[in-house]
Ligand binder design. Structure first.
Ligand code: GUN
Length: 282
């Protein structure tokens, strides 16, 4: 049986530490989340983010907009939030409706309030090896989880399945910056199994039943970023946990692995931005 990379336990540890730091603050950090439309998964994520912030004393405001909202309305609001000194962190929940140009919206967020690290300035810094204001939440959470269990990525072959802007692409840059050898696979990749079998660390961020026990080596570390409900309504990840966990070295479960770490990173990022903004004013 593999070592379980327990995201819930690490979340509890990190958030307890963060809470005791925040208890000493006279003015609390503030996070504003923009939620457009009624995507049930997005609503659930935003709800979880808000609940976690509340427990810590972080002020969290959710601005909800109907699907019919215009780009102009969102851009006006983002500009207002950029210049509101009481707001430290801005998150636009993705996906956005098709008629909205997500790049235009993300580009409008001030890089020093960009809590996801998704603006061109922050992603550009990440790619060039400069330190961004914050690191994207899910990749950051994966690093925290690997660090906790003493798993170094240096010199390892890290295979990432999935090339999203939220996980695969920023994670690959962070892995490279940490001296891993990185392969990114996606829906057009031929011989996926042949590649995943060469992974020292396999990260799957696809969102469907994909990784079977014959696709991983016995000494691999497996990080499962996928989360979806199967045909029986059970929450599960990309990896066939029951079988893969019997053979690999370490594995993150779903739920309870990367998910809690993403929210933890969001809280940490909010506080990091708050500190940066307040230091600048001194
Ligand atoms: N949708 C799914 N994951 C994320 C995330 O980390 N940030 C944002 N903004 N939207 C998401």
């Amino acid at each position: 049986m593999a070592l379980i990379l327990d995201g819930k336990k690490l979340r509890d540890e990190l958030l307890e530490k963060l809470k005791s730091e925040l208890d000493g603050y006279s003015i609390m950090p503030k996070l504003v989340v923009i939620l457009v439309g009624d995507n049930p998964a997005s609503k659930l994520y935003v709800n979880n983010k808000q609940k976690t912030a509340e427990k810590l004393g972080i002020i969290s405001e959710v601005l909800t907009y109907p699907d019919s909202v215009t780009e102009e309305e969102l851009l006006l609001k983002i500009n207002e939030l950029n210049s509101d000194i009481s707001v430290n962190a801005i998150l636009v929940q993705l996906p956005l409706p098709k008629h909205i140009n997500k790049y235009k919206i993300i580009n409008a967020i001030s890089p020093i309030k960009d809590v996801d690290g998704f603006t061109p300035e922050n992603l550009g810094k990440l790619l060039s090896g400069e330190i961004p204001y914050v690191y994207p939440c899910t990749p950051k959470g994966i690093f925290l989880l690997l660090d906790k269990y003493g798993i170094s990525v240096e010199g390892k072959h890290v295979v990432i399945v999935g090339r999203s802007n939220i996980v695969g692409k920023p994670l690959s840059a962070m892995m490279l910056n940490s001296n891993a050898t990185v392969t990114i696979c996606h829906s057009h990749t031929k011989n996926l199994k042949e590649i995943t079998k060469t992974a020292d660390i396999l990260v799957s961020a696809v969102g469907r039943d994909l990784i079977k026990d014959d696709m991983v080596r016995n000494d691999a570390v497996v990080v499962d970023v996928g989360i979806f409900k199967d045909e029986f309504g059970k929450t599960r990840g990309d990896v066939d946990f029951a079988n893969v966990s019997k053979q690999v070295e370490a594995i993150s479960p779903v739920p309870g692995g990367v998910g809690p770490m993403t929210i933890t990173s969001l809280m940490l990022n909010t506080v990091e931005l708050y500190k940066f903004q307040n230091l600048k004013k001194l």
